[in-house]
Design a protein around this ligand. Structure first.
Ligand SMILES: CCCCCc1ccc(-c2ccc(S(=O)(=O)CCO)cc2)cc1[C@H]1C[C@H]1c1ccccn1
Length: 235
């Protein structure tokens, strides 16, 4: 039986991401940016002349768990502290404790029209059978909502974004409570399928994306490191 009206959609999109994330980076993906452990890949795709390039970023961050990364990504309370490309974000509906609907106003990228977005956002822990750490993920997926009317001149983004995290414990000490932050590492895969919702000059959008995705992920992961530095580890 259904938990809420979007439960089937959430399940379908989560399973799609879990299947897709394991796919190796095949040909057709260009490595467009590399910085430390972060590798940013992009495929060049246009739909009706609109750039909808899929983005896939692999990154590993020492000193945090996948649970911590997903918690700070999903929870709206922290969003304006790390998201520099938003004018506002607000929850417009809570479907269940781990599934909410957000409405966001994105900062205008001149000369394009200002974008807004409305998506359901779901956080989940997937504990696999082996003893190693569970996988944590967050999916943000565009959905219409009566409290997020599309109002000109704003253009509604269409986004399907996933952040999938594994936690590695390096040189695990004998008992788990002795694990220190220097023993843990989060390996994350971030995928973003963003359709800007209306025509934007291809070259301009590609250069904004190439600059902004690495910047946003670097800023977000630094934010989580500083927020968790002296807190107990959240596995
Ligand atoms: C002329 C502008 C066209 C649209 C630009 C745009 C808008 C939103 C988004 C986007 C939407 C969601 C997410 S998230 O990960 O779910 C976090 C929650 O906010 C992240 C990024 C992307 C882009 C694409 C440029 C690219 C870009 C990348 C990172 C920041 C700003 N711009």
């Amino acid at each position: 039986n259904r938990k809420h009206r979007l439960a089937y959609d959430v399940e379908r999109v989560v399973q799609e991401h879990l299947t897709y994330v394991r796919e190796e980076i095949s040909d057709g993906w260009d490595l467009i940016h590399q910085e430390g452990e972060m590798k940013v890949y992009r495929r060049e795709v246009e739909e009706n002349g609109i750039v909808v390039d899929p983005l896939k970023i692999f990154h590993s961050i020492k000193g945090v768990t996948g649970h911590e990364i997903c918690h700070y990504f999903w929870d709206y309370r922290y969003r304006m502290e790390w998201e520099t490309t938003l004018d506002s974000t607000k929850i417009i509906e809570v479907l269940e404790p781990d599934t909410v609907i957000f409405f966001q106003m994105h900062k205008r990228v001149w000369p394009a029209a200002q974008r807004d977005s409305c998506f359901w956002s779901h956080i989940r822990c997937i504990s696999n059978s082996e003893e190693d750490q569970p996988t944590w993920l967050v999916v943000n997926y565009t959905t219409p909502h009566h409290l997020a009317p599309i109002k000109s001149p704003h253009v509604r983004l269409v986004a399907n974004v996933a952040l999938i995290c594994e936690t590695i414990i390096n040189e695990p000490p004998l008992n788990i409570q002795d694990i220190k932050r220097e023993n843990i590492e989060c390996k994350l895969t971030y995928v973003a399928f963003v359709n800007p919702g209306g025509w934007v000059p291809s070259a301009a959008l590609r250069s904004v994306a190439k600059r902004e995705y690495p910047r946003f992920l670097k800023r977000f992961t630094s934010y989580v490191l500083e927020q968790t530095r002296d807190k107990p580890i959240l596995f």
